[in-house]
Design a protein. Structure first.
Length: 154
């Protein structure tokens, strides 16, 4: 499947649909990473992650600008009406700060997850287990299929 407009690939499975930016890295934990410039990674939640959290109400980061972070390190929390979840670093390097929109409008994370709703930046290297958009489509397919199987088993 290729991106018809060169920028995003349409995705639909069951009742979930989105457009996935093609030039980004993705993780099994439903984060995306975009290289803004060499070694500077902007990181956010995928649309799937925001859908699972529900309406976002609050966030807190537990690392300071300039701190060293490693892949898998808990760096904060985010609360939605459906769940509270830990925020993890999906890159190794120096924490550069949080998304500007978070401070004024946490709902940007769900309304524009691939744009102004990004979460944080890291200078360094992305998670070596991160995948391209085709790899993420396979992750989404498997995740949604598991959810559907669980629902049918109940």
């Amino acid at each position: 499947m290729s991106a018809p407009d060169g920028g995003a690939i349409p995705y639909k499975r069951s009742r979930f649909s989105t457009r996935l930016p093609a030039g980004r890295r993705y993780t099994a934990g439903h984060y995306w990473l975009a290289e803004e410039q060499r070694g500077i990674w902007r990181i956010g939640f995928t649309k799937f992650a925001t859908r699972m959290l529900g309406d976002l109400v609050e966030y807190a980061f537990s690392v300071n600008v300039g701190a060293a972070v490693i892949v898998g390190q808990e760096i904060g929390t985010i609360e939605g009406f459906k769940a509270v979840t830990a925020l993890y670093s999906v890159a190794e390097g120096e924490f550069l700060g949080i998304g500007e929109a978070l401070e004024s409008d946490v709902t940007a994370v769900e309304s524009d997850p691939y744009g102004r709703g990004w979460l944080y930046r890291v200078k360094g290297r992305p998670d070596p287990a991160s995948v391209d958009v085709q790899g993420y489509i396979a992750i989404l397919d498997a995740t949604i299929d598991r959810m559907l199987e669980t629902r049918h088993d109940e």
